[in-house]
Design a protein. Structure first.
Length: 210
């Protein structure tokens, strides 16, 4: 799969606006300012396909990108300390919950965490929830370039222990250097290939909300 063949498809503010389930979804979740936009940009070989911002909570919708006419990448709203109203935060949470629980073609949720920091409660709760729902997930520890290789290993081991993971169940990643990039692409392509879709991929999605 060629992740560099990508185009923006649509932004969905409600479940009814999601594109037709013609191929697998790979969703990206993470706390605000964890490097989610930078990771997706590096994944697809672009510098600004996904807009990065120093202002937490900028993403307020499910942003869909179509890869190689065969895969959806879905940028989920960030969670954590976004400076938004309680009503807006609850709206986002409801949208994400409905999406993850009901999207039949969701092949994997990439859970992004900052390798420099200790495990956050919300990250652990998200992974526990995905396990409970039996939804495939892939933890990715970002901003590895900010640490030495020795410190990367130490911090990754601490996060692994907190999440009860083994080293081969997650990826250490850097959007700056490309560390872990090819492994990430291979793992995501594998998730997409084994996940059944609901319609033939010959049916091309429209950019218009349903």
């Amino acid at each position: 799969m060629d992740f560099t063949k990508v185009r923006f498809l649509l932004s969905a503010y409600a479940i009814r606006q999601l594109p037709p389930p013609v191929c697998a979804d790979i969703a990206f979740a993470g706390r605000s300012n964890v490097g989610k936009s930078s990771l997706i940009n590096r994944l697809v070989g672009r510098t600004n396909l996904v807009k990065t911002s120093s202002k937490p909570g900028k993403t307020q919708s499910l942003n869909y990108f179509f890869v190689d006419e065969a895969l959806y990448l879905v940028d989920l709203p960030g969670y954590g300390f976004a400076r938004v109203s309680q009503q807006t935060r609850q709206s986002w949470q409801g949208l994400i919950t409905d999406y993850i629980e009901t999207r039949a073609t969701l092949a994997c949720v990439v859970v992004i965490m900052d390798l420099r920091h200790e495990l956050k409660v919300l990250d652990r709760e998200l992974i526990d929830w995905l396990r409970y729902l039996k939804k495939p997930y892939l933890p990715v520890y970002t901003k590895a370039d900010k640490l030495s290789r020795n410190q990367q290993q130490k911090n990754a081991a601490i996060l692994d222990a907190g999440l009860t993971l083994t080293a081969d169940e997650r990826i250490v990643f850097s959007a700056q250097t490309g560390q872990g990039l090819e492994t990430l692409r291979q793992r995501l392509a594998a998730f997409a290939e084994v996940h059944p879709t609901m319609q033939s991929t010959s049916v091309m999605p429209s950019t218009d909300p349903i």
